[in-house]
Design a protein around this ligand. Structure first.
Ligand code: SAM
Length: 221
């Protein structure tokens, strides 16, 4: 079988990457099956990397989240780890535009034992997000969909997160272009997302040097 494309961990030394993966074992048989089935079903291999997914689970647990929102479901790979991080009683609302991706994710959540704790909202996230506002305030919002909408997702998250709630934004190194002067819509949106968080007096924020950059922000007021 050909090797399925995987995203890098933010460390350029292959020996250290191997060491980390051996010691921390970020991907068990459930996650491996999701990644392989997603590939077989023809989904793009753009889920978070193995170690990034472990970061997401640990961060979810660290902030004690019980109500989480994920924007960008794909095959359910990161969604399962958010649910694992929340443990019993956790609930996830996850937003996906493509029906095919959502159906693969549905199977993933079922296989991982989380069927009753997750709701997949099909369609454009910006149109569907208002539908769950009555369930808030939320403890965690993970943003991992269309990059040009990151500033709008941030606005929604700021309004609907509890104080102490956390935003995770993936791909915030802008595919290597975040520091560039550019007119590319996706990159300027990611730059706006990072800058807004960095300068906000309602968030304490940082950016973790994962392979693709993971912005982490906690709402302080
Ligand atoms: C990078 S993938 C998500 C990966 C997933 N978080 C994981 O790591 O397992 C982005 C997903 O967002 C979906 N998407 C893109 N634009 C969207 C939109 N406007 N509303 C909802 N979903 C969208 C794509 O179809 C794709 O499945």
């Amino acid at each position: 079988m050909t090797k399925i494309m995987e995203k890098d961990f933010g460390c350029s030394n292959p020996q250290i990457v191997k060491y980390c993966e051996q010691i921390f074992t970020p991907e068990d048989s459930v996650l491996k099956e999701i990644r392989e089935r997603s590939h077989k079903e023809g989904l793009p291999m753009i889920q978070v990397g193995k170690m990034d997914n472990l970061h997401i689970e640990v961060l979810t647990r660290l902030c004690g989240a019980k109500k989480a929102v994920e924007i960008g479901t794909l095959g359910g790979y990161s969604g399962v780890n958010i649910l694992r991080g929340m443990g019993q009683g956790g609930r996830l609302w996850t937003f996906e535009y493509h029906e095919k991706h959502a159906s693969v994710a549905k199977e993933s959540f079922k296989k991982a034992g989380f069927e009753s704790q997750v709701k997949i909202l099909l369609g454009r996230a910006l149109e569907n997000l208002p539908k769950i506002e009555k369930e808030g305030p939320f403890d965690l919002v993970f943003i991992d969909a269309d990059k040009q909408s990151y500033p709008a997702y941030l606005k929604w998250a700021e309004k609907n997160l509890k104080i102490g709630g956390v935003i995770l934004g993936d791909n915030t190194f802008g595919f290597g272009k975040i520091a560039d002067k550019t007119n590319e819509e996706e990159i300027t949106a990611l730059q706006k997302f990072n800058k807004t968080l960095a300068e906000s007096d309602r968030f304490l924020s940082t950016i973790l040097p994962t392979g693709e950059g993971l912005t982490v922000a906690v709402k302080t007021k």
